[in-house]
Design a protein around this ligand. Structure first.
Ligand code: ADP
Length: 580
């Protein structure tokens, strides 16, 4: 019952399953012990009745006191143990879960983070784990423990007097059937509300990221109205979810309580027909006050269990995504990059359908093709940000899918369009290229990347903080910082995604100068957007429809009047907007 399926259902670690079992065991003890309290009361009541009917002596006050004190003491101990096992151990489990997730995320292919919405991922790490913490602490021990203890008590009652037991307990299964019936509705409401929550955080993130543009174009009110709408929609879904859960939980609770009425009715009938005595009815009335208590708690929690399914699925999705593994030894023979019949699909969309080409060491290979033809995908696969679904990619003859990603990436510099700069000084932002580089090395790289002239104009030179994601720098300056980083790293392979946004002439010349220093003697794979880069490349690979349509030196391809490349260059000549 509490095997692998249970473990997955609640996303528990092995230790977590053990803790959950302990929590359940102590809940059973607590619940059964509470029944013992009823037993003491029953015993005293019976002695008292005997005194009234048979003139027997009253039970001693001392016996009564001793029983009460012993009961309170044992009750405290069992409750403490239950608390320790349900809450104390859960905190341990939450820690294991967070550390485990972080470890897992570290090992996932980098491309995974491009696929998953970041707001969604944050929600999983924070929200879903919190939700599970609540479920683990409140539900597992109490809920399952209550089921077990009630089953034990029900069997005892049935043996004692089955007619009264049925009258007392019939409501429990009916209430639970009703709740399980409502499960689909609750789950749907919860899914809708989760989607709405993600829309809200996406909206907030988008507004913050684009605050400059929003202000510049006077769109504040429009954006705020949009956000308000999203927040209202989220609130509505939450209210609806609570309403659905509330109706069913309350209905179930009422049905269960009807058991009190049927117990009294059945008891009275049986007493009248002389089948039981008053004391038995009294005992059942005592039991009934206790037996529903854990179930009331369960009813309140069961909606949470249903809703937690979504959180569990999201957590398991991270755990079930295969990690990128490999050896830490990487000794390639040179740094030629070879694609051999590489196929790749994002989800179901086949993007590369058998791509083969070689980017030679010491040369610039330009990937060219219409937007969406898979140029960026090729660059990502070349760095093992994703793994190819079929075919092989080799660097210096070594199949990169056998190399541990971090080891592999130490041979790569990436200069991509979306340069990520951190809210730190210029110096530290460049130093990211090479861990432990001296200030002199950083400055030399900055100079080679044509950065020093704009850095010297900053208020505190290299020690100037550059604001989150380089907000204080222009596009060309940010790009040069990222080139400086790559120069500092001096990796043998450079993946370059040229900026699509046009820079001013001065910046453009400086970026080109910096690049020409970076690219010397490297294996360069460039996603080219400018004619100038394309014509200066050593080799052109034209991608179309997921395959290599043409390959060769720029002048050769251009000379062939029927080639796609020729057509593209012609078109570029007539339309400055054409983006290859
Ligand atoms: P290019 O760089 O030539 O413009 P891409 O390699 O970026 O082309 O994209 C190729 C195709 O793959 C496009 O249809 C694009 O929509 C799709 N694609 C790109 N990145 C992703 C992603 N992270 N998830 C799903 N589809 C993607």
């Amino acid at each position: 019952m509490f095997g692998k399926k249970f473990q997955r259902k609640y996303a528990l670690s092995d230790k977590g399953v053990q803790s959950a079992k302990k929590g359940m065991a102590w809940t059973v003890v607590v619940n059964l012990f509470a029944m013992c309290g009823m037993g003491i009361l029953y015993f005293l009541m019976q002695r008292f009745m005997n005194t009234l009917t048979d003139n027997a002596s009253l039970p001693s006050v001392w016996l009564f006191l001793a029983l009460v004190v012993a009961f309170i003491a044992l009750s405290l101990i069992t409750h403490y143990q239950q608390y320790r096992c349900t809450y104390g151990l859960v905190y341990e489990e939450v820690k294991t879960m967070r550390v485990g997730l972080a470890e897992r995320l570290r090992k996932l292919p980098l491309g995974y983070f491009g696929k998953r919405d970041l707001a969604d991922l944050t929600e999983t790490l924070m929200g879903d784990v919190n939700r599970m913490e609540h479920v683990w602490s409140h539900v597992l021990g109490y809920l399952y423990g209550s089921y077990i203890s009630t089953a034990i008590i029900a069997v005892m009652l049935l043996i004692y007097d089955w007619r009264m037991a049925l009258a007392c307990l019939w409501g429990v299964p009916v209430a639970f059937l009703l709740l399980f019936g409502s499960r689909k509705l609750a789950k749907k409401a919860s899914e809708t509300s989760k989607k709405a929550a993600i829309t809200v955080s996406d909206g907030i993130q988008e507004t913050l990221e684009n605050i400059r543009e929003i202000k510049a174009t006077n769109q504040e009110q429009r954006y705020l109205d949009g956000l308000n709408k999203k927040i209202d929609a989220h609130e509505k879904t939450l209210l609806k979810g609570e309403f659905v859960a509330g109706i069913f939980v309350n209905a179930a609770s009422v049905i269960m309580r009807l058991g009190v009425a049927t117990t009294i009715l059945t008891g009275a009938t049986l007493i009248l027909s002389g089948k039981i005595d008053f004391m038995l009815l009294f005992m059942f009335l005592l039991v009934i006050t206790r037996i529903y208590a854990p179930f009331d708690q369960s009813l309140a929690l069961i909606a949470e269990v249903f809703m937690s399914e979504i959180s569990v699925n999201r957590l398991l999705e991270i755990y079930d995504t295969p990690t990128a593994t490999g050896t830490e030894e990487f000794e390639p023979n040179g740094h030629d990059i070879t694609f051999e019949n590489v196929e790749f699909a994002y989800d179901n969309e086949q993007v590369l359908k058998g791509v083969s080409f070689t980017a030679n060491e010491g040369e610039v290979t330009a990937l060219v093709g219409p937007s969406g033809s898979g140029k960026s995908t090729c660059a990502r696969l070349a760095a093992r940000l994703w793994d190819a679904t079929d075919g092989t990619i080799r660097v210096g003859g070594v199949d990169i899918s056998t190399v541990e990603p971090e080891t592999l990436l130490s041979d790569y510099s990436m200069v991509f369009q979306d340069v990520v700069l951190f809210d730190d000084t210029v110096m530290e932002n460049i130093r990211l290229g090479k861990h432990g580089a001296t200030d002199e090395e950083v400055k030399a790289a900055a100079a080679a990347a044509n950065c020093d002239e704009f850095i010297s104009k900053l208020p505190r030179g290299y020690d100037t903080p550059i604001g989150e994601n380089g907000a204080k720098l222009s596009g060309g300056e940010r790009q040069r910082i990222s080139i400086a980083r790559a120069l500092l790293k001096n990796a043998p392979i450079v993946l370059l995604d040229e900026a699509t946004a046009s820079l001013d002439v001065e910046n453009e010349t400086k970026v080109q100068g910096a690049l020409s220093r970076l690219l010397q003697n490297k294996t360069v794979l460039v996603i080219a957007h400018r004619m100038r880069t394309v014509e200066a490349a050593d080799k052109i690979v034209v991608l179309a429809d997921g395959r290599v349509a043409e390959e060769g030196k720029p002048e050769e391809l251009k000379a062939n009047k029927d080639s796609i490349f020729h057509l593209m260059t012609e078109l570029q000549a007539v339309s400055a907007n054409w983006n290859i």
